[in-house]
Write a protein that binds this ligand. Structure first.
Ligand code: BTN
Length: 232
């Protein structure tokens, strides 16, 4: 697929900008060196200081069944993992869309889709990757960067080139191989309620499978969030 690329030194949010471009119906990649209003999932903000990579990929589809929407998320997550591996790190996916290295989050992905009936009409895959950006003090316990993990200062432009290459490959079937925390005890957050479970995996539609009270249960990502490790 062909994409136009638009670059910004600083922007509010690359996802928000990509949204304003939906009416052009052209595939577009928006890249920024920093964001002043970076957004995460569930209405959270996303720390986006200079030295990181913040990009959004806006793609239009003709005949893409809505039931396969999870593939879009998978593709983004796998491309980030492949990129990190290329630079010598060992990433894991924390279902559904966080990328972890050594137990800390290094990248977040925010996917915003539009649908027409049973079809997916467009997707915006927003990726925020910590390369050598400073992280706020209060994030240091739970977040990391390529620099913090390796002591090396990677050029954002090089990381970007590698990521864009992997984003263009058909790689979503590798999602399972990067999926982390399988067999580990996790905590499931359903509204205010927390429940312990053993994480078993993720099915093709992106639903979570866990073992609870000796039973195998399946949850959709909309109904639950997963806590691992120190956030159990
Ligand atoms: C999350 O961790 O909850 C998802 C974070 C997604 C952040 C990226 S940075 C590029 C794009 N623009 C945004 O405002 N958000 C995404």
């Amino acid at each position: 697929m062909n994409y136009e690329i638009e670059r910004f030194e600083s922007i509010g949010s690359t996802n928000d900008y990509a949204k304003t471009k939906r009416e052009d119906r052209k595939n577009l990649i928006v890249i920024a060196n920093s964001q002043t209003g970076g957004r995460g999932t569930k209405g959270r903000s996303f720390s986006s200081k200079g030295g990181g990579l913040y990009l959004s990929v806006l793609t239009f589809y003709e005949q893409f069944p809505a039931t396969r929407a999870f593939e879009i998320m998978q593709k983004g997550a796998v491309a980030v993992c492949e990129t990190l591996e290329k630079f010598g790190l060992q990433p894991k996916i924390k279902w559904p869309n966080d990328i972890y290295v050594n137990g800390k989050k290094i990248c977040g992905i925010l996917v915003e889709n539009t649908f027409s009936g049973n079809l997916l009409s467009s997707s915006i895959v927003g990726i925020g990757l910590n390369i050598q950006n400073d992280l706020e003090e209060e994030l240091l316990e739970i977040a990391t960067s390529m620099y913090r993990e390796t002591g090396k200062r990677f050029l954002p432009s090089e990381v970007e080139r590698t990521l864009l290459r992997f984003l263009q490959t058909d790689n979503q079937e590798k999602y399972q191989s990067y999926l982390g925390f399988i067999g580990e005890e996790v905590s499931l957050l359903c509204g205010e309620q927390r429940e312990k479970a053993t994480f078993l995996g993720v099915d093709k539609q992106g639903n979570l499978t866990v073992k609870q009270d000796g039973e195998t249960r399946v949850y959709a990502s909309a109904e639950i969030s997963l806590r691992t490790g120190e956030r159990l």
